[in-house]
Structure formats: C-alpha cells, structure tokens
Ligand binder design. Sequence first.
Ligand code: GDP
Ligand code: MG
Length: 163
Amino acid sequence: MLPLVALVGRPNVGKSTLFNALTRTRDALVHDQPGVTRDRHYGVCRPEGQRHFALVDTGGIAGEDEGLVGATTRQARAAATEADLVLFIVDGREGASAMDDEILAWLRKTARPTVLVVNKTDGIDTEAAINEFARYGIRDVVATSSAHRQGIDDLIDEIVARL
Ligand code: GDP
Ligand code: MG
C-alpha cells in the first residue's frame, strides 16, 4: 500500500491547486469560492525515481460541527488522522489567521508528522511570509506557489524524506 499524505488547511489556501500540481491532474476542483471541496479526494503522486505516495485533498478542517460544513470537517479530520504525513497548508499572502491557529491546535492533538506548506508565495517576500508562521513551531517548512508550480519539487523531496 502507498503511504498516505493528507492536505489540510482552511478554505482557499490552495489545497486543491497543490493536489493538482502534485498529482499532475486537474481532478481536484479549484474554485475562488472558499469551501468548494466537499468530499475527500484521493490521488497519487508519482515522482520519477522516488517513492510514490497517495494524496488526499480535504475540505476545510476547522469550523462547525453541524450540517454540510460539519460533515466536511469530520471527513477532513478523519483523513488527517489516518495519514502517514500531514501537509498543513497556509496562505503566505494573508499570514496566520485564527482558523489556522485552530487547525494547528487540532493537528497537535493528532500528533501526525506535519510539514508546513506556505503557499501563494509568488511575487512576495518568501522569507517574511515563512517568518509569519515561525511561532507555530513546525520545523519542516516549504514555500510554494502551487499555481505557478514553484517549490513543488522541493516539497516532494521533503515529503519523500519523511515517509
Ligand atoms: P482550497 O480551497 O484550499 O482547495 O484552494 P484552491 O486550490 O481552490 O485555491 C483557492 C484560490 O487560490 C484559487 O483562486 C487559486 O487559483 C488560488 N491559488 C492557489 N494556489 C495559489 C498560488 O500559489 N498563488 C496564487 N497567487 N494563487 C493561488
Ligand atoms: Mg479545495
């Protein structure tokens, strides 16, 4: 069985765009509207000459416990709990938000190995964007621009090194 990597993060940080970049598909629904991904979505990343791994794109992991949003939240949490590695994706342009803090607190409880992915770093000061999240205390950090396929190979190296 392939190791499983879960993409978690609040809506609109670029999880689905990253999923597509890693799987080289356009399978995951990318949308300007937050919360468009309702279901878990599985794919496989097959880097040349490196270990292959399965990926699960989740909807929002923080939020209500009731209704459709609640169902999405529960699914996302289940996905993260069963994963061998979690990619915690944040928006490098917006910096840390209350919802990011909430997700971090939850992730700490699951104690899954976690890589922080600071996405949307195209055209901004990458170093400063990363520093915004220094207080999260996550040692493994990769800056990406999923939309422009920047940092994806570095991220794959980081993932494979931890599987
Ligand atoms: P999700 O809700 O976390 O799955 O986010 P999506 O993948 O649907 O992306 C949300 C929005 O952010 C879309 O408009 C994307 O085009 C945009 N986006 C995603 N990645 C990047 C990036 O690296 N840079 C920029 N500038 N925009 C991005
Ligand atoms: Mg999505």
